[in-house]
Design a binder for this molecule. Structure first.
Ligand code: MG
Length: 313
């Protein structure tokens, strides 16, 4: 596929341009002598053309595979006068493009350096946190209104920094997702939540259900279907004691993989919930395709619903 990708890229540039593969799935294009009068708009349309060409599926032995391209652009002499600086700034712009979502491009801007530095700092700290077991789970109870009994808990991850201070997910989850560290973190959360659920069930809540949140990134990486089953097996948790919370975006991005994983889980007896319902492209129609047990309506719809009275629309 990389060879195919290389050929496709090569067809988009001029004979005097250079194309090389830097590492893994990273390619570099060097376009010399683009002319004094080259406008940014021209470069932008080149970027758009590259994105469009690469978005067409690749055929790998009969399998249709789609790649998601991100582009970062640095200009000589505006963004640097030597190769090293230009490459570094192009890389920074690339990073910004990835951050903005896949299938897009960015031109380097000096302010990007600051944002990148912050990202790298958090990413490295998260790596250390994983290694030094600094994550903890806080169980948020779910109480049955009719009996007042705790019927379940939702495992919420927190980062207990050694220098003190508990960091909430809002301050690190984005970096974890973007860096891919959400995969090992999610792996730990799943295993730990299952272990904890077994402990709760033995401690006097035999029917307690442990809810665990899953992110789109975990699905993109693949293998999440088996990972969940393995966590159950290792912990000895009854599948009925686990509820997986999926967001609408997981379901929407939902290729065949998601459907397969979801139906495997369902068949195993695991419960499924849609989290933050109402914040994405909510559609009751797709709920028909997913065997969902619980809808968790987003807090923005619930907040103040008892106090506030809206006039009739
Ligand atoms: Mg949740």
């Amino acid at each position: 596929m990389l060879q195919d990708l290389g050929r496709r890229l090569a067809r988009q540039v001029r004979a005097e341009d250079s194309l090389c593969r830097l590492a893994g799935d990273a390619f570099m294009l060097v376009l010399p002598d683009v002319g004094q009068d080259l406008r940014l708009a021209d470069l932008a349309s080149l970027c758009e053309r590259l994105l469009a060409r690469m978005a067409e599926p690749f055929d790998l032995d009969g399998h249709q595979v789609q790649v998601h391209l991100s582009l970062g652009v640095a200009l000589y002499p505006r963004d640097g006068t030597d190769g090293e600086t230009l490459m570094r700034h192009a890389d920074t712009a690339l990073h910004a493009a990835k951050h903005a979502g896949r299938q897009t491009y960015r031109f380097f801007e000096p302010s990007m350096n600051e944002a990148l530095a912050r990202f790298l700092q958090t990413r490295d700290a998260l790596r250390d946190a994983l290694e030094h077991h600094e994550f903890v789970l806080h169980d948020q109870p779910r109480v049955a209104l009719d009996t007042g009994r705790v019927v379940g808990v939702e495992a919420l991850v927190r980062w207990q920094r050694p220098e003190g201070g508990l960091v909430l997910p809002g301050d690190f989850i984005d970096v974890a997702k973007e860096s891919g560290l959400i995969v090992p973190i999610g792996h730990w959360v799943l295993a730990e939540a299952c272990r904890q659920a077994v402990a709760w069930r033995q401690a006097g809540w035999p029917d307690l259900v442990m809810a665990v949140n899953l992110s789109t990134v975990q699905f993109r990486r693949g293998g999440i279907g088996d990972e969940v089953l393995a966590a159950l097996e290792v912990s000895g948790l009854d599948p009925a004691g686990l509820e997986l919370e999926l967001t609408e975006s997981i379901l929407l991005e939902g290729a065949a993989d998601v459907l397969t994983a979801v139906s495997t889980w369902k068949a195993a007896g695991i419960q499924l919930a849609i989290d933050d319902f109402g914040t994405g492209y909510s559609s009751l129609a797709y709920l028909k395709h997913f065997p969902v047990d619980t809808l968790k309506i987003d807090r923005s719809f619930i907040a103040g619903m008892v106090e506030q009275e809206k006039p009739d629309a």
